[in-house]
Design a protein around this ligand. Structure first.
Ligand SMILES: [Zn+2]
Ligand SMILES: [Zn+2]
Length: 242
């Protein structure tokens, strides 16, 4: 056993993104233990109740998400199944930065990213494609010290070779979206976001990424701003659609 293996086996042990148990050394580069991986695969095989396609191929958008034709996702989020490994993973990456899990999510999203880029005719013009994150609220960012959507975008950029720009800013104020219901979320996002870097947006194909999309209020707000800033195409992605 070399020093690196020793450290990885006994000191810097890694935990499963689902159940939080310590991973056996052999799985230490994976996101999940074998049980949670099975649960993840089952969640990814769920069918959409609207289009009947498997969730990873579903492009359905929530009613409130305007301005994009499709929203690609990895799983459906069921708030009642909060203890399920796939939901625990989302919870975990919100509360603690985890490069390994972010890379896993990015890698899982990359197939849909390539398909969508190809479908809108940008596969030969990758230099004109830009990844943009939907920024987290300031309070949460200060509380946890990081922005999980930015972390996922960085990993997605590394995986795909597509540039990532923190092109959208978020103003102080506004309530956390999850504390509000329906129509109030749409009022809450008004004026909350702004474009920080218009030159990075104009004429580009934007891959807009968030972790969970519920009503689509935040995403709609950002889509509108991106369109006003001259984005040529806007493609929406998330880990989970509620
Ligand atoms: Zn597990
Ligand atoms: Zn669908």
């Amino acid at each position: 056993m070399d020093r690196k293996e020793f450290l990885e086996r006994f000191i810097f042990v890694r935990k499963c993104g689902g159940c939080g148990e310590i991973l056996p050394y052999e799985r230490s580069r994976q996101a999940f233990c074998s049980d949670c991986e099975r649960a993840w695969l089952v969640a990814k095989a769920e069918n959409c109740s609207e289009c009947l396609r498997v969730v990873t191929e579903c492009t359905c958008t929530p009613k409130g998400l305007r301005g994009v034709f499709s929203l690609r996702k990895l799983i459906f989020y069921h708030p009642k199944k909060v203890k399920e490994p796939q939901n625990q993973m989302i919870y975990r990456i919100k509360h603690r930065p985890n490069k390994r899990i972010s890379e896993f999510v990015a890698s899982e999203l990359s197939a849909a990213v390539e398909e969508e880029i190809c479908a809108c005719g940008f596969s030969e013009r990758r230099q004109d494609v830009v990844i943009v994150n939907l920024p987290r609220g300031r309070r949460a960012k200060t509380l946890y010290g990081f922005d999980q959507s930015a972390l996922i975008c960085r990993a997605l950029s590394e995986k795909t070779g597509i540039a990532y720009v923190e092109a959208i800013g978020r103003r102080r104020g506004g309530r956390e979206q999850k504390t509000l219901t329906g129509a109030r979320r749409f009022v809450n996002v008004k004026g909350l976001f702004y474009v920080r870097d218009e030159r990075a947006i104009a004429g580009k194909c934007i891959l807009l990424v968030d972790d969970i999309v519920t009503t689509g209020a935040s995403m709609s707000g950002c889509v509108k701003l991106l369109a006003q800033a001259g984005a040529k195409e806007i493609l929406a992605f998330c880990i989970a659609q509620d």
